[in-house]
Design a protein around this ligand. Structure first.
Ligand code: ADP
Length: 479
């Protein structure tokens, strides 16, 4: 792998002061690479480069040209698919098969936004006689993009794909724990012909590079995915400059299983929704609400599956990988230890295989139930392979429990009752509902984002093009 470097004004370079931070391989705990520790001076250079790009040909580019650029990106991603998947798997620790699936989605984001770039229309507005009124969508200008470590390549693709499609000049701050794939994708963007300054990447610490970026007066919009706590800090910085934000702040998403559900179809998806990426997915199905009459049956089948889950390093390519860091491991283990100390029954726990490297950040998938209403295990985001099972008595109880946390990102609903399939989505307070299916992290065409503590604004799909642009109204008097 080439030495990780910042991308500023089309040039890969070290941090201005030459400082670096180590990034670790989660499966072994060994140092994988030294990342440039970008700070305020680097962020400022990136924002200035973005401003210059907007004043130059990039600012005058047609939507069709931008679409063609993104199409070339999609082709380059296909060309480098295996190498990108390997970089992502080593850096995040996720099983190689998962990283390969991620790269399929990454390609698809660019393909989607390549096709969508020149289909963003304004509208004409009936107005007074003698006037012509219309709207047009324009880029925000310089956009800041702060992304987390769980799906670095997918996060890059979803936010930068839409950002470039709309003609913004983007400055990305990836997460310090995993960002090597974003640097590889940035190199592909340069190869595809994205002009200098239209895309800049500043690696570094959140409280240094991230804080400098969101406070920079040259930034016109901030897209953030991460924790509610950091989201709050960023919104305060944005408020100081009066700029808008998109906030994707995680969740504690319920999967609601009624007694009439097709359990054979549901079971593998209920498990996958919490163990995918070792549970480190904003939209993980982390709470399983089960109708009381099938509680015993479902829990027994689930316990069998949980106990049989295998863990391994990225190249062992088993069902579940390590968590991203020692900090994350301690956090998730803390949730498990507290739940056990509080007497919540462990229904199943996978076994750690003897061949795992000693320094890896592994936590065995664990199934708890019944989790009492209000216990933090069933309310707070664990961000690990831990599933809380909670019984409910009837539909009203299910809705009450589903809406009972501070979050509202995604919900899954399993039932064969057609009326209920339409009745419940209206009552669930969240941004996405899956009926008889579940797409933790999936569905690039589907607008995605939350309500309540899960944030606001929508990414993915066509909606992201609206999020990453602003609407101008023009009124022409012609009499
Ligand atoms: P997680 O819990 O997933 O690590 P965080 O919210 O801590 O999520 O981090 C998500 C992203 O926000 C990362 O890129 C991180 O570097 C960045 N970040 C952390 N603190 C700040 C901050 N004070 N200002 C801006 N960005 C930050």
């Amino acid at each position: 792998m080439t030495t990780p470097a910042l991308l500023i004004n089309g040039t890969f370079q070290p941090a201005a002061d030459g400082a670096t931070i180590p990034t670790l391989a989660p499966g072994t705990g060994a140092t994988l690479a030294a990342l440039p520790r970008g700070r305020a001076a680097d962020v400022d250079a990136a924002v200035r480069a973005a401003e210059r790009a907007l004043e130059g040909p990039w600012g005058r580019s047609s939507a069709a040209e931008r679409g063609r650029l993104l199409g070339r990106m999609a082709d380059l991603i296909s060309r480098d698919h295996d190498q990108l998947a390997r970089i992502e798997a080593e850096d995040t620790g996720k099983p190689l098969a998962q990283a390969k699936a991620d790269m399929v989605a990454v390609r698809r984001y660019f393909e989607y936004y390549a096709g969508a770039a020149d289909k963003v229309h304004g509208s004409t507005i009936p107005y007074l006689d003698g006037y012509f009124a219309y709207t047009v969508r324009e880029p925000h200008g310089v956009t800041a993009h702060i992304i987390p470590w769980n799906y670095p390549a997918q996060m890059f693709a979803r936010t930068i794909g839409a950002g470039l499609a709309m003609g913004n000049a983007c400055v990305l701050k990836p997460a310090e724990d995993a960002c090597l794939s974003t640097l590889a994708l940035a190199a592909l963007a340069m190869e595809a012909g994205v002009p200098p300054g239209a895309l800049n990447v500043v690696t570094g610490l959140g409280e240094e590079a991230g804080a400098a970026l969101v406070a920079h007066p040259g930034v016109h919009h901030i897209s953030f995915t991460g924790s509610p706590e950091v989201g709050g800090l960023i919104q305060r910085a944005a408020a100081a400059n009066n700029v808008g934000c998109t906030m994707e702040l995680g969740g504690k998403s319920p999967q609601i299983v009624f007694a009439d559900a097709d359990l054979d179809a549901a079971l593998p998806i209920l498990v996958a929704a919490i163990i995918q990426n070792a549970g480190q997915t904003c939209s993980a199905g982390a709470r399983l609400l089960v109708e009381r009459s099938i509680y015993g049956t479902l829990v027994e089948a689930l316990a069998e599956r949980f106990a049989a889950l295998t863990l391994g390093t990225w190249d062992q390519d088993r069902a579940v990988g390590p968590l991203i860091s020692a900090v994350q491991k301690a956090r998730v283990q803390g949730f498990i230890d507290h739940a056990v100390a509080d007497g919540i029954p462990v229904l199943a726990r996978a076994t750690l295989p003897a061949d795992l490297p000693a320094g890896g950040f592994f936590v065995p998938p664990t199934l708890f139930g019944p989790v009492p209403a209000g216990h933090r295990l069933g309310c707070e985001e664990v961000f690990g392979p831990v599933l809380s099972v909670i019984p409910f008595t009837d539909e009203a109880d299910a809705i009450r429990l589903a809406n009972s946390t501070a979050y509202g990102l995604v919900a899954g609903l399993w039932t064969r009752d057609g009326a209920r399939q339409h009745r419940l989505p209206k009552r669930l307070k969240c941004g996405q509902v899956f009926v008889n299916c579940y797409g933790a992290g999936g569905g690039i065409e589907l607008p995605f984002g939350g309500v309540k503590r899960s944030g606001y604004g929508r990414e993915k799909g066509f909606e992201a093009l609206h999020t990453l642009s602003s609407l101008k109204t023009v009124l022409v008097r012609h009499d």
